[in-house]
Structure formats: C-alpha cells, structure tokens
Design a protein around this ligand. Structure first.
Ligand code: BDR
Ligand code: CA
Length: 311
C-alpha cells in the first residue's frame, strides 16, 4: 500500500498531541514533517511539546518552528483548556529528546515538501492558520502543489471561544481568510463535526488499560483535559484535531457538503466567524471548502482505540 504523504502544522496542545500520536501510527499515512506555531500556548512551548511527542513516538520526523504571533494581532492562548504548559501540566514529566534542531522555518518546509511530493502532499493544519497563510503569501504556486488542505477550525453553526468563532480561526482571522481564498481543495473539520467526535470516559478507560508508552502518554493527556470538557457540557473529550488526521484515512465516517466560506476579519463580536454559505437561499456564488457536519462517533472512537492499541 502506498502511503499518503502528510505534513502537519499544529500548536500542541492536548488534542494536537493526540492527532500527532494517531497520524504517526496510522498505516495509511506517512508524516513527512511537523511544524509548530503559537496558539494553545506560546510558540516556544508548542515546539518543545511537538519534540516531546515525537520523542515518545520514537520516529525520526523533522519538526519546524513557525510563527510566534498571529499575523496582525496579539496572541490569545487556550491555556484554560490545555494548561500553562500546553500538556495539562505533565510537560515536565516527558523528556525532551535531543533531536530536530532544525533552522528551516515552517512555511519554507511546507513549500519544499509540497514541491518534493509532486502534487500528492496533504497539508493538515490544526492550529491557527498563520504558518499556512505565510507559506501561501510567500509561495504563490503552493495551492497548485498540494493534493488538499485538511483543517481543524471554524464552524458553520456556532463557536467555542466566543459564540461566533472557533478558537483556531479566532486567534488569526486574517490568516484563515488567506487560507480560504487560496484555491486549493480545503476540507474543514469544524465544531459541527468535532464536537460530536467525543471519546467517552469508558473509551478513555480502554486506553488506560493499555501498556505501551504512547498509550500511557495518550491516556495522561486525555485524563488531564477531561474535566474541562465535562464541565462544559460534553459527554467526554472532543477529538477536535484527531478528526483532521482521521478524515484523511477514513473519510467515510464523516458527513459533509461543499460551501462558500468567508471569515469575519473586521467585526468584534463576530471576529473570526467562518460565515458558511450552507443553508442560504441566495448563495455566495462560490464554494471554496468541503465542510464536515457530522461524524459516526462510535466508528471514530473504535478507530482511535484500535490505532492506539496497535502502538
Ligand atoms: C481547537 O482549538 C485548540 O484549542 C485545539 O487544539 C483545537 O485545534 C478547537 O477549537
Ligand atoms: Ca490545535
């Protein structure tokens, strides 16, 4: 089976870490690079968290550092979900491997890998879209070099960080607007699907019974963020970022449809809203993304448990 080359841009971040653990162990995917940026926590911490995660995975995957701030705005973090260290407080317990002191910047690595893979590379973005937007601004041919861009971000219906906006888009709306206008095929795993993609406490305990280092790490991360999700009315942990990597290999467990999307960059209450033209009578007149609206939760949980069980 030829594997799908994937480059993951992320801001680890608990669910980013789970996405990395899954992607690097899915038999269908070849993770050719990881880039990091500020988002859930500051850029120096997300870079170290990615290194620690790759250290636990035990594979030689290059990691590139990217933006330390959004394009035009002050950074807003997600420490209320992910903790001060981005790992729910356990970062100091995970060794930082002496690997990957890579000086190439995220946007340059994304472009170089896209070129090297002759139109086959899937770019996954599960943090704010800053690194991707810089790559798109710097390399005009990038959209034509990518197979697709799969993002966790946005929502057709409602927000999480505000009533209007999902966190990744809210943090850097201008970057997200550049992404949605770029012309590459975009697949959006927004809150409409990812808030239904819940790992229930009983699913998490199945992972807790596993003995590999990666499973123990995944379990610790899941346990540390469970209280937040339960306190906010979810039945378990939302698998926001894992949805993006699972979608690449298992699109059949998701439901969606094409839509026109614009990002609100001017307003304050609706800052970062992904205005999705899905239900309107008179349409925008363009469709620039495929928007996932639902997921088969049981199938998703089964896949996650199966992949982690094979670590
Ligand atoms: C998104 O925001 C971040 O906190 C998560 O890592 C995920 O990418 C969910 O809104
Ligand atoms: Ca993220």
């Amino acid at each position: 089976m030829s594997k799908i080359p994937v480059f993951i841009d992320c801001d680890p971040g608990a669910d980013d870490i789970l996405a990395l653990l899954l992607a690097c162990n899915m038999p269908q995917l070849d993770v050719v690079g990881i880039s990091t940026l500020c988002g859930n926590v500051e850029g120096d911490k997300t870079f170290i968290n990615a290194k620690k995660t790759v250290g636990v995975i035990g594979k030689d995957i290059p990691i590139y550092r990217g933006a330390d701030s959004p394009m035009f705005r002050e950074l807003i973090t997600g420490k209320n979900v992910h903790g001060e260290d981005g790992m729910g407080g356990i970062a100091s317990e995970i060794p930082t491997p002496n690997i990957n002191d890579n000086s190439e910047k995220a946007w340059d690595a994304i472009y170089r890998e896209a070129k090297a893979h002759n139109g086959e590379l899937v770019l996954v973005a599960v943090g704010p879209m800053t690194n991707v937007a810089i790559a798109l601004a710097k390399y005009k041919e990038l959209p034509s070099l990518l197979k697709k861009i799969v993002i966790m971000g946005g929502s057709a219906a409602y927000g999480n960080v505000t009533p209007s906006a999902e966190f990744n888009i809210y943090v850097d709306p201008e970057a997200a607007q550049i992404l949605f206008k770029c012309g590459a095929p975009i697949y959006m795993l927004g809150l409409d699907a990812t808030e239904k993609a819940v790992l229930l406490p009983e699913d998490i305990e199945k992972i807790g019974a596993m003995t590999s280092n990666q499973a123990k790490f995944a379990y610790a991360i899941l346990k540390n963020t469970m209280d937040f999700y339960i306190a906010h009315g979810h039945a378990g942990n939302c698998m926001h970022d894992p949805c993006a990597v699972l979608y690449i290999a298992y699109p059949e467990i998701f439901t969606g449809k094409p839509a026109g999307i614009c990002v609100e960059t001017k307003a304050s209450i609706t800052r970062g809203k992904t205005v999705c033209d899905m239900y309107t009578d008179i349409k925008f007149g363009f469709e620039n993304a495929y928007v996932m609206t639902d997921v088969d939760r049981d199938a998703l949980a089964e896949k996650i448990i199966e992949i982690i069980g094979n670590y």
